[in-house]
Design a protein around this ligand. Structure first.
Ligand code: PMP
Length: 304
């Protein structure tokens, strides 16, 4: 089980991890009223780099806007976020890749079920980068739980409380002997995994549910789409049926904590022809990895 590295940013200061605690009566604890993002930091000797940091900050802002957490945008901009991240990474001095979780907590005491104008506290901590799904061919199960629709709790906002939906589905998959779940929306179309986006390849075309399919607009999903287009691969972002996954040539998932990882079984069916990562998946995984550790083209890498 990953634990936070020793120093944590919390409430405008860097403090010991065990002291970074939220009160039991805060909205963050009572209602899961926090939004967050997780981004990777690569370590190469003395050089530490974050991947698509600006996009992560922007998504955090957008999550706040959707939920109505309005004080974060007043108090934070990207430069402040970058400065704090830099300081935190310098203090902890990780010697290998870490994931960094930045969260905006609504931490006012017993304010009831409302949000606007309430006090927020930002926490940022790092932990060892251990992927949340097998990297060598995972087994997925269609979830008995449906993805929360945009008009209930929007998946587009990365809000902590909404992750109960992911917990239910992932636990159901684990209890049934699978690695992770495939969420369907209320109409039975494919959304994503518990914490990763999904792609399939059929006849050389790369296909993924579009951003209005009750998914998180994943930053690695965007990365894969950009890289695929640059490679001249036909790409479709559209509604996806579950049975398209059953007859796909290749299926893979992506996310900060999932990596780019192939899927070999879905609901008892073998994906594609062999128990090996497919050629397109392998190529995109490599391009994605190269971008992560040293993209020089897109401006995706920030030196910390
Ligand atoms: N979907 C969900 C539900 C997630 O929690 C995540 C992980 N943040 C993703 C997709 C992948 O998003 P990203 O590529 O930005 O990590």
């Amino acid at each position: 089980m990953a634990t936070p590295h020793s120093k944590v940013y919390f409430g405008d200061r860097i403090i010991d991890a065990q002291d970074a605690t939220l009160g039991v009566a805060t909205s963050a604890v009572l209602y899961g009223l926090s939004v967050y993002t997780v981004f990777p930091v690569q370590v190469d000797g003395e050089t530490r780099t974050a991947f698509r940091l600006r996009d992560h900050f922007q998504r955090l802002l957008e999550s706040c806007k959707i939920i109505g957490i309005d004080r974060f945008a007043d108090e934070w901009d990207f430069d402040r976020f970058l400065a704090v991240t830099r300081e935190l990474i310098a203090v902890n001095a990780p010697d290998r890749e870490v994931y960094v979780r930045a969260t905006v907590h609504v931490d006012e005491q017993i304010p009831g079920t409302r949000v606007r104008g309430l006090h927020t506290t930002v926490s940022i901590f790092l932990y060892d980068a251990v992927p949340i799904v097998p990297q060598d061919g995972m087994r997925l199960k269609t979830s008995v739980w449906r993805r929360i629709p945009d008009n209930a709790i929007p998946s587009r906002a990365k809000v902590n409380g909404a992750y109960v939906n992911s917990v239910l589905a992932k636990q159901d998959a684990i209890d049934s002997g699978f690695d992770d779940c495939i969420f369907l929306d209320i109409n039975g179309h494919v959304c994503e995994l518990s914490a990763a986006n999904i792609f399939l390849v059929r006849g050389g075309t790369l296909i993924t549910p579009d951003v209005t399919s009750d998914i998180l607009d994943g930053i690695n999903r965007r990365t894969i789409l950009t890289l695929a287009r640059e490679e001249g691969i036909p790409v479709q972002e559209r509604v996806v049926d579950l049975t398209e996954l059953y007859i796909a040539d290749e299926v893979f998932v992506c996310g900060t904590s999932a990596g780019v990882a192939p899927v070999f079984h879905i609901d008892g069916r073998t994906v594609g022809a062999s128990m090996d990562i497919g050629p397109l998946s392998a190529m995109l995984r490599k391009r994605h990895h190269d971008a992560l550790v040293g993209d020089a083209v897109h401006g995706w890498v920030t030196v910390l």
